[in-house]
Design a protein around this ligand. Structure first.
Ligand code: MF3
Ligand code: CO
Ligand code: CO
Length: 275
């Protein structure tokens, strides 16, 4: 049995397994956090070039987040000490910024989560470094299609499993692997909350989607098999077969007749090419 909890605004919100249902002020808070998150990803577009280090990009994310009146939710989160995650090529997610330089042909995911006035805006996009192979660009394009096809399922009365079913069907049409170990999630006052939004599922299963739910959808799609492994740093997830992996993420809120995407690019830079 799924439990829902209506958030009125003055209660303490905890991770108790309930799905939170939010009102208009919460939507406004998420809109502001989501817009800042999207603006940060917009600003990074011209900086993602051969030779830049991922630590330099992380510095920009931290500074822009603070300048926007927010804090990076990842900073200090379960011992993580950076302002974003940067995942290159066969890194599936949670790549740790370092002095590694980007190089021509890389595909890179940057995932940011500003916490603004108590609300989390969680979003990621892929970036292409210099000249990228056609097969890598197709993976990136299809992964963005997977995200948007998943979002298309979201409306009151649909079920959570409809999202993963649509994403999985689209990805597998290209013989790509859908990562199972990491999911989208409820969010709002909390960074990671119920429900778990899996990206491979059966249509018609899972909790009913209701107005006021906030969640991320963030499919990770591999050129090869879906299998991942965790590196010894405890964070970096990579494909077991070393195949390329791509991911896009939006934060959304369910409305009376569909959903609102909080993290759309104000400049239309939702997917590459950005030039
Ligand atoms: N932003 C990631 C997500 O989409 C979570 C990163 S947690 C970190 O849920 F600690 F790895 F940064
Ligand atoms: Co997320
Ligand atoms: Co994220």
């Amino acid at each position: 049995m799924t439990e829902y909890q209506t958030i009125t605004g003055d209660e303490t919100v905890i991770r108790d397994g309930t799905i939170k249902l939010h009102g208009p002020e919460a939507f406004e808070g998420m809109r502001r956090a989501g817009r800042l998150a999207a603006e940060i990803l917009d600003a990074l577009a011209p900086m993602v070039q051969p030779g830049v280090t991922t630590a330099e990009l992380d510095d920009v994310v931290r500074q822009m987040t603070l300048d926007g009146g927010a804090v990076p939710a990842t900073l200090g989160y379960r011992g993580y000490t950076h302002s974003c995650c940067i995942s290159i090529n066969h890194v599936v997610c949670h790549g740790i910024p370092s002095d590694k330089q980007l190089k021509d042909g890389d595909i890179v995911n940057i995932d940011v989560t500003p916490l603004l006035d108590g609300w989390h805006g969680d979003t990621s996009r892929m970036y292409l470094v210099g000249d990228v192979s056609l097969k890598a660009r197709r993976l990136v394009d299809v992964t963005h299609e997977c995200l948007m096809i998943g979002i298309d399922q979201v409306k009151p009365g649909a079920r959570l499993g409809d999202i993963g079913a649509a994403i999985q069907a689209h990805a597998e049409q290209f013989r790509y692997g859908v990562v199972r170990e990491f999911c989208g999630h409820g969010l709002g006052r909390l960074f990671h909350d119920a429900p778990e939004v899996v990206h491979a599922a059966k249509a018609g299963t899972g909790p009913e989607l209701r107005p006021g739910m906030f969640m991320t959808i963030e499919p990770m799609i591999n050129l090869g098999k879906p299998w991942v492994k965790l590196l010894s740093d405890g964070w970096t997830a990579v494909t077991r077969d070393k195949s390329l992996s791509a991911q896009f993420e939006h934060s959304i809120g369910i409305t009376e007749d569909g959903c609102e995407i909080f993290t759309l690019s104000p400049r239309g830079l939702d997917k590459p090419p950005y030039a």
